[in-house]
Design a protein around this ligand. Sequence first.
Ligand SMILES: [Zn+2]
Length: 352
Amino acid sequence: MKHTMSSDSGEVANHAGKRPRLDSVFPTIQGPLTDVKHDEQLWYPDGNIILVAKGVGFRVYRGLLADRSEVFRDLFSVPQPPDDETVDGCPIVHLSDTDIALREFLLVLLRGKRYSQEDDPELDLLSFRIRLAHKYGVTSLLEASVSKLKALYPSRLAVWQSMRHTFSPRAITAVNLAHLTGTLTVLPAALYCCCQLPDATLLRGATHPDGSNDCLNQDDLLKCIGGKVYFAQEQMQTICFLFLRGEASCSHRCPSKPSCKGIFNKIHSKALARAWERDTIAWAMEPWDDILNKFDPRRHRPDSPNMLCVACMKRIDEMIEEHFTSMWDGLPYHLGVTLDDTDKWSQSGTEE
Ligand SMILES: [Zn+2]
């Protein structure tokens, strides 16, 4: 079965390059339909096409599929040979996807299922949506799902700083989805998150509930190996630069330099201890608030002991912000990500 694909299906699809050929999307798998289990949610008795994935049949509506998916539209535009496999007059289409991924895709397509990131912490569902929307040419779903991915791995420092970060194998999934869809601005933040993962996790990849596994390619693994070393060194340099030279960190308006210098030494010890904690060695872009807040006079009663003066506190805040800005600007370079001219990095404006 051979079809000609059109490639004018919108920004994301164009950006990502060619979708797979139809004959790879619809493999010539033929299995006995007696073994096919009816899907509990998506088996409509009056449906007029049966999609089969991993032994599960989805009896749905051909017209709705054709309306929403370019690839199904192309498939259905080809007259079916009279001896093609049918059940109750319904043509059968065997797919190479997993039933779990196909169910999520069809629930969005046919029932408008909404996406909630809180219910999808490891991006399993987002991954199914993006992969199948890309494969079957559903531009609106692809664009909506890619914008969720961009929001999780932003290109603007202010957005990144407004988020709470947890590091998990989902970053590996994000890297692969960014490559698949050509969404390069996701890569720096996603690769930075990969650099925070233990080596064994980086090598094992991210396993999804349908049994599929996202692994980094060799090129990305090399970037992470280099990134881990770079971020670890950068974190140590930051600690020395910001906190070790206590006197140098003091504001010239400081009214109590001996006291503030002593506090900077304490901050330095705590920052070093945090850096050596397991798994945080490459934590170069994380805030210092958990340490600095204890010594911030603006957060405590005026007579509290062991506080920096307000002038020194403001100065250290400014130094940290300048440092983060410079680190963020250099993130694509240090992670070996080449962005196109049209790609925005660290620009003002809203995250797309
Ligand atoms: Zn001071």
